[in-house]
Design a protein around this ligand. Sequence first.
Ligand SMILES: C[S@@+](CC[C@H](N)C(=O)[O-])C[C@H]1O[C@@H](n2cnc3c(N)ncnc32)[C@H](O)[C@@H]1O
Length: 260
Amino acid sequence: MTKFHLRLEDCVRGMARLPDADVDLVVTSPPYNLGIGYRKYSDRQDRRSYLNWCAVWATQIRRLLKPTGSFFLNVGSAPSNPMLPHEIVFQLRDLFVLQNTIHWIKSIAIDDRTFGHFKPISSKRFLNDCHEYIFHFTVDGKIDIDRLALGVPYQDKSNIARWSHTRGRDARCRGNTWFIPYQTIQSREKERPHPATFPVQLAEWCIKLHAISSVKTMLDPFLGIGNSAIAAKNCDVPKFIGFEIDKTYLAEARRRLQLK
Ligand SMILES: C[S@@+](CC[C@H](N)C(=O)[O-])C[C@H]1O[C@@H](n2cnc3c(N)ncnc32)[C@H](O)[C@@H]1O
């Protein structure tokens, strides 16, 4: 059973009250400064002050993260602001080591078939944007991960015997392209009442990659409607801490988790 600590509070203020090196895993997605229509937060800040603010909340995450911990940061971009994810990574370079860069693939066309969903862009210059980044930060870049927790079976089974590192197991590393489609919904208002969520599965894969058994305490400073919290519950993470400044989103997270 997961014990939830969900707070209606600015995450910087909330994190400042937590003790040093107490969190094993952070999975989060901050506002991207792309003008998304959140209810309370204004997503159009001056670029420099936005990046400075990223350093402020990331400094708190660095303080809270155990030396053995992992911090998965999901960030997307827009044709109008293609450098943003990289600028955030650059901003955090003195706090963390970038251990893995994962591409969250929302939609892909294989031959003539398309899988997943994306928001089409009407443009003569830009391609439809079908992916976002998940940056895996650690304190020293040397944290062992459970690659085979997300393993996929070998297509060619002769590889199992050919490669000694398989130890006879029919599973290979999935790699850093994760196809995780949004679920098909009929009504955004009723089924996904938030403009910028990630799927529960995305957070579940981060928990599994860090290794479920190593996650005692998990944090999401930008909780939204609680997809990371649902992932924590699905993976039986003992303790989950979340912050959100919007009471409607927080109420929706609590409703989905069946908390009072
Ligand atoms: C990209 S969304 C996160 C969505 C979440 N991953 C989900 O799947 O529901 C970012 C969220 O951060 C919240 N937020 C913005 N500033 C905040 C702050 N200072 N402290 C806590 N939450 C904040 C916004 O209201 C928004 O819901």
